[in-house]
Design a protein around this ligand. Structure first.
Ligand code: CA
Length: 247
């Protein structure tokens, strides 16, 4: 029933295709300016926070596709931020590239141990940084390559492309499958219809947002048939989310 290849799954899920959102957490204004100046023309949607606490807060409130995280920050260090982001279900899959002025091997290893995906040592070439960002965005998120993901009583076997509710199989078309997995990767997060179009249908989609409603309807009906009364929450005039308490 599912006909797309694993490669397509990866690109469909990892990034909001139109303009990937990058959160920069960096306290030096000159560094911030250089990053903004160079990343915006590459089509990235850039948000900046200048201290650790606001960085963590911003990542949780509006999860970006990637975080550029300075190592040396006032209050919370980059390492502590990295740990906090990895502990939070909203943010634990987001690729993190650490920007570090320290070049000792020991520190690099520590940076990767605490869950950063990559690091780059200052002064870095912007060209290299952009290449690293693009490569991190292409990599599938951990949860996509995980064999199983679950929310409440819903379980998805990613390898077999099978969906279960309370252990019973639920039959879904390919779009509904991708919609479901996208929502399940960030439980409780509310996605707008435009975000879902980007993430599920991808960059070439020039579809009306109503298309999302049609497929959400199909997804709901498939789960209703399997005995699940409520799976997706509609947030009026905004979009949809999946709840832990799907019943
Ligand atoms: Ca700094």
């Amino acid at each position: 029933m599912i006909s797309y290849s694993p490669k397509q799954i990866k690109t469909g899920f990892t990034v909001s295709a139109l303009s990937p959102k990058i959160l920069i957490v960096e306290d030096e204004p000159s560094q911030v300016e250089i990053l903004k100046f160079n990343l915006k023309p590459e089509g990235f949607d850039v948000r900046v926070e200048m201290d650790g606490e606001s960085g963590v807060q911003a990542a949780i409130e509006d999860p970006p596709d990637l975080i550029l995280l300075d190592w040396m920050l006032p209050n919370l260090t980059g390492i502590e931020i990295c740990r906090q982001l990895r502990r939070n279900t909203q943010t634990r899959e987001i690729p993190i590239i650490m920007l570090t002025a320290r070049s000792e091997e020991r520190d690099k290893v520590r940076g990767l141990d605490i869950g950063a995906d990559d690091y780059i040592t200052k002064p870095y070439s912007i060209k290299e940084l952009i290449a690293r960002i693009k490569s991190a965005l292409r990599r599938p998120r951990a949860s996509v390559v995980e064999q199983k993901i679950s929310v409440g009583q819903i379980e998805v076997d990613m390898r077999k492309h099978k969906v279960y509710f309370d252990k019973s199989p639920v039959d879904l078309g390919p779009i509904e499958f991708r919609l479901l997995v996208t929502l399940m990767q960030s439980p409780e997060r509310v996605f707008s219809r435009d975000q879902l179009l980007d993430m599920v249908w991808g960059i070439s989609a020039s579809l009306e947002t109503r298309t999302v409603d049609v497929h959400i309807g199909r997804l709901r009906r498939a789960f209703n048939r399997a005995g699940c009364k409520q799976i997706i929450r509609t947030v009026r005039s905004f979009g949809y989310s999946i709840e832990e308490v799907a019943v």
